[in-house]
Ligand binder design. Structure first.
Ligand SMILES: Cc1cc2nc3c(=O)[nH]c(=O)nc-3n(C[C@H](O)[C@H](O)[C@H](O)COP(=O)(O)OP(=O)(O)OC[C@H]3O[C@@H](n4cnc5c(N)ncnc54)[C@H](O)[C@@H]3O)c2cc1C
Length: 478
């Protein structure tokens, strides 16, 4: 709508004021070292019983219908997945050419640990959480204990001192089992923690990062009913009064909002300056005038909460302005440029999960006297699916490595999200078909992955917005 805003034209999607920012601090060890090498995941009381109980009730075990022993818990070991490209060779000599998917020893251990956590701890609950539309509190607690909610937060603040790439590995590995778990970790690490690490002052880091690493979930609240793709059309207003701001407005579609204690919330503090008035505030759940509103009943990622936020003259101390007043647009653009690499990872992981299920099922399901995997028609589908998964992963890993290396990555990030979300939809759809009739039921996990895949083309910028970014960048080249 031309002429709606005052002030200069806002930057377009994918723009960055300083895209080539310096590499982040060097990383240290992980809390999960020595935990998840594959065999020694600590058993917890009640595990065996609870799993058995779900099995008895028929939850997650649909084998009765298709006469195979296949069930929800199979497949999905992301550390096995990377072997498609002959990668995961730790200890590579310096200087030799390396495959993009090659992981360092630390990254490989981390990936295996997260994959195992996803399979063994989250896997048994995926179906019930999807049906209830709620993520189990104890799993959230375990994700904090494992360090998955503070991957890049420095160790001295209780985090893991890891890299953005490791956050991407975690999101991918979780998504292969449950894309809802993946988006919880995604928003916490690649969006919320990322914003405070990069834009917070020392006092804000000291106050919030230890909580975010230990036990507090965060949300990123930009969208509104009238401001989605055109996010800077937001109408939430912040008015300065004494030593605080009074914020009034409504936010929509806010991931993690039901569980969160901290909200990175965007409001316009100087509407006469157009998008240059947009400011990012740290709003705590207990602040007067703040309320979490309606929770959405969604098609997919149902265990991840998506809610409205209501701010009615909400009182926010001025020290809770993140970055500078009027710099919210920059924080939002640059954070989402990074975050969409991780959404690409969520979609690549989801696609890998669907492919793993399809391969396992095709090997077991017999028709006309032999496994359907022996028919070339099925083999060709699996081959195409595997190629799409691999291509998505390569785009995602490349974007994440570029970001960690301090190289400009905006085009690559948009390509990764655009392509991976398309691949996820295609692969999950084919997986449903390979399962035949049972693939269309809730007894098998591919039906859920198919529903979950749809969100990849919508949030953190729709596919059209990614294409706008890519086109803008390639057309700007001489
Ligand atoms: C499950 C879920 C979780 C979410 N989590 C968060 C969150 O945590 N925080 C947050 O701030 N937001 C969140 N969102 C909001 C999300 O980012 C927006 O829904 C998304 O950006 C699209 O905005 P919209 O829904 O208003 O669609 P619209 O912007 O109205 O788009 C509708 C259609 O029009 C197309 N379109 C719009 N403009 C153009 C254009 N210029 N050129 C071509 N096509 C165009 C779009 O591609 C789309 O197909 C979430 C949304 C969902 C569904």
């Amino acid at each position: 709508m031309p002429g709606r805003r005052a002030g200069p034209a806002p930057p377009g999607p994918g723009e960055s004021a300083d895209a080539g920012r310096a590499c982040w601090e060097s990383r240290r060890g992980y809390g999960w070292r020595g935990v998840g090498t594959g065999d020694e995941w600590p058993a917890r009381e009640g595990d065996a019983q609870s799993r058995a109980r779900w099995a008895e009730q028929g939850e997650g075990n649909g084998s009765r219908r298709a006469e195979t022993s296949y069930n929800w818990g199979e497949g999905n070991d992301m550390s096995q997945a990377t072997t498609y490209s002959g990668a995961t060779t730790p200890g590579a000599e310096a200087g030799r050419a390396r495959p993009l998917t090659e992981l360092s020893e630390e990254e490989l251990l981390f990936q295996k640990t997260v994959s195992r956590f996803a399979r063994e701890r989250i896997g048994p609950h995926v179906r019930a959480m999807d049906e209830a539309g709620v993520f189990r509190k104890e799993l959230l607690k375990e994700m904090f204990e494992l360090g998955l909610m503070g991957i890049e937060i420095p160790e001295e603040m209780g985090g893991q001192g890891g890299s953005f790439f490791q956050a991407v590995l975690a999101v991918e590995a979780l998504a292969a089992v449950d894309p809802s778990a993946a988006v919880i970790v995604d928003v916490q690490n690649t969006i919320a923690n990322n914003v405070i690490l990069r834009w917070g002052n020392q006092e804000q880091k000291r106050r919030y990062l230890p909580r975010l690493a230990a036990d507090t979930v965060a949300s990123f609240a930009l969208s509104e009913a009238g401001a989605g793709s055109d996010a800077f059309a937001l109408t939430t207003r912040a008015r300065r009064e004494g030593g605080e701001y009074r914020i009034t407005g409504r936010k929509m579609w806010i991931t993690n909002a039901a569980e969160a204690g901290i909200y990175l919330l965007f409001a316009n503090a100087a509407p006469e300056q157009g998008y240059r008035g947009i400011t990012c505030f740290v709003v705590e759940r207990g602040f007067a005038g703040f309320q979490v509103g309606k929770k959405e009943d969604k098609l997919g990622i149902r265990a991840s909460s998506t809610c409205e936020l209501i701010l009615d003259d909400c009182r926010v101390p001025e020290e809770n302005v993140l970055g500078e007043v009027g710099k919210g647009y920059k924080i939002a653009i640059e954070t989402l440029n990074e975050g969409r690499i991780a959404i690409g990872a969520q979609m690549a992981g989801l696609a890998q999960g669907a492919l793993d299920h399809a391969i396992a099922y095709a090997r077991e399901r017999k028709q006309f006297g032999k496994p359907i995997a022996e028919y070339q028609g099925v083999q060709f589908e699996l081959a195409q699916m595997a190629t799409e998964v691999e291509a998505a992963r390569l785009l995602v890993y490349n974007g994440a490595r570029m970001r960690d290396a301090g190289l400009p990555f905006v085009t690559e990030a948009a390509m990764a999200k655009y392509f991976a979300s398309q691949a996820a939809e295609n692969v999950a759809s084919k997986a449903v078909e390979i399962f035949g009739g049972v693939g269309f039921t809730r007894d098998y996990p591919v039906e859920k992955l198919y529903r979950d895949a749809k969100i990849g083309r919508i949030y953190e910028g729709t596919s059209n917005m990614q294409k706008l970014t890519i086109a803008k960048q390639i057309l700007a080249k001489p």
